[in-house]
Design a protein around this ligand. Structure first.
Ligand SMILES: [Zn+2]
Length: 275
């Protein structure tokens, strides 16, 4: 018993030492992370390497060039929120997957199926910006932190004794991103989706894309996936599509202002503090 208690205390102390507050870009929401962001990045990069081995990559030069073009433009305006990112944009040859994801460390994957609903650069920018917003808002860190808190103190202590943050297994990372075996059980929360929509809308506007296309891509998606039980990540069931549309519409004036400022050459490379 004494050992278990000691472990629990050690674990709690380690968590407290690593815990850090951060401000979410654009929305300014304060959040708490219990995980080591640098480690999340390292493991994400490894998970992305594994993905590249497990899934065939597209050989379509047009799609590859389009993702590269749009991705680099978004990466530029995201710089201050992800200064250490080593950006990589990969088109995976999965024609039945209407999906995309972004990972800590600057790794972005798009499945060829996404191009069924993405009709132009602006719409691709909307999807990529949304995915990158999950990363800059540290939704993965929040998710992993919650997972850790739900472990018993004894378990956390044990892991702390065993090494540094053993809880961050590759599997946890993959699941947190929604691309692991339990992907569907780990959907982003309602608040996180709305937040990623908001931040993403500002990112695409800052990069000079038309924020109105974020609404169109959602329309396209509803059409393409009508009757399908499993919506892709950026179209998760919570919150409902009309809720997200309403929120995006409410944020549109702010996004248009940001786009105009970007077009005028103002504040495009500054930190992402809009309000
Ligand atoms: Zn999302």
């Amino acid at each position: 018993m004494k050992t278990a208690l000691f472990r629990a205390v050690s674990g709690a102390a380690l968590l407290a030492a690593l815990a850090g507050c951060y401000d979410v870009p654009v929305t300014g929401r304060r959040s708490l992370s219990l995980v080591d962001g640098a480690q999340v990045s390292r493991m994400s990069v490894q998970a992305f390497e594994d993905m590249k081995k497990a899934h065939p990559q597209s050989k379509d030069p047009e799609r590859i060039a389009q993702l590269q073009r749009v991705g680099e433009r978004i990466a530029k305006v995201v710089f201050w929120d992800m200064p250490n990112a080593d950006w990589e944009f990969v088109v995976f040859d999965e024609p039945n997957e209407i999906n995309a994801f972004a990972m800590s460390g600057g790794k972005v994957g798009v499945y060829t199926g996404l191009f069924k609903v993405v009709k132009n650069d602006d719409q691709l920018a909307a999807v990529i910006s949304h995915e990158i917003a999950h990363v800059t808002a540290k939704h993965i860190d929040e998710r992993l932190s919650k997972e850790m808190m739900s472990e018993t103190a004894g378990n956390i202590g044990g892991m702390a004794m065993a090494g540094t943050m053993g809880v961050l297994a590759t599997e946890s990372i993959m699941n947190a991103y929604g691309i692991g075996a339990d992907a569907r059980s780990m959907a982003f929360g309602r608040q996180q989706e709305l937040e990623a929509d908001h931040i993403g809308l500002i990112y695409m506007a800052k990069a000079g894309y038309d924020p109105g296309e974020a609404l169109k891509v959602m329309d396209n998606l509803v059409e393409a996936t009508a009757g399908e039980p499993e919506p892709p990540e950026f179209e998760s069931t919570h919150p409902s599509n009309p809720d997200r549309m309403r929120a995006l519409n409410a944020e549109m004036p702010e996004a248009l202002k940001v786009r105009a400022a970007a077009a005028a050459g103002q504040s495009i490379n500054g930190p992402q503090v809009i309000k």
